[in-house]
Design a protein around this ligand. Structure first.
Ligand code: VGL
Length: 215
């Protein structure tokens, strides 16, 4: 696939230690730490590089008290929350840090922090809320930079990558999902996520080797 780097951004979605076996007590996505070389490779095809991060508080109504509570619905009147998850990517902890081998955060062109509010647990990187009314600024920033095409990788394929990709497609971007730069939490939901992204118009590639630059 031909890429014009002047209108392309690469987007690293939640490539954090808390979603990898480096932090086994958080939300370890199998092989999550193995996406780094492909994220770095895809970045060569973009003029700018973005990263999103889950920046969670230690305590929130969505935090599962036991592993068995994971994926149980949050009880009570919390429109910003859906299901429970183990604590992960807590600000100031190892799990919040980017995977080893990625650039320093200061070397990205944009860092998007989400999930800060204990009453909100968004998945997509483009909105702070599940209802998608509160922009994180990612879409507007990309538009200001005249970006038309995104190359996306990150964690996890079946949650934050999927939701971010669907948001970017709805905003009108061409979205390339680099599967070698993604890993999912479970095989079934990952298969469904890939099908949904393709159905909504994403271009799925197996690795950055399928890309070449127009200039
Ligand atoms: C994610 C589940 C819960 C993700 C975040 O980054 O994909 N998944 N929180």
């Amino acid at each position: 696939m031909m890429i014009d780097p002047t209108v392309t951004a690469s987007f690293d979605v939640d490539p954090q230690r808390g979603f990898s076996p480096l932090c086994p007590r958080e939300l370890p996505v199998p092989e999550g730490e193995q996406i780094v070389s492909e994220l770095n490779a895809q970045a060569a095809f973009g003029a700018v590089r973005l990263v999103s991060k889950d920046c969670h508080p230690a305590e929130a109504p969505w935090v599962a008290a036991t592993p068995e509570e994971t994926l149980q619905p949050v009880s009570g009147n919390f429109p910003g929350l859906d299901v429970k998850w183990p604590p992960h990517c807590v600000v100031g902890t190892e799990g919040n840090r980017l995977l080893p081998g990625l650039p320093a955060e200061t070397d990205y062109d944009l860092v998007i922090e989400k999930g800060v509010d204990p009453l909100k647990h968004p998945y997509g990187a483009c909105y702070h809320d599940l209802q998608e009314t509160e922009s994180t600024g990612a879409i507007e920033w990309l538009q200001e930079h005249n970006i038309t095409t995104l190359i996306v990788g990150g964690l996890a394929t079946d949650y934050c990558v999927k939701t971010s990709v669907l948001q970017l497609l709805r905003a009108g971007f061409t979205v390339i999902v680099n599967l070698a730069a993604c890993r999912g939490i479970s095989p079934d939901t990952t298969r469904e996520a890939i099908a949904a992204m393709r159905q909504q118009g994403a271009v799925l590639i197996d690795s950055s080797r399928e890309l070449s630059r127009t200039k």
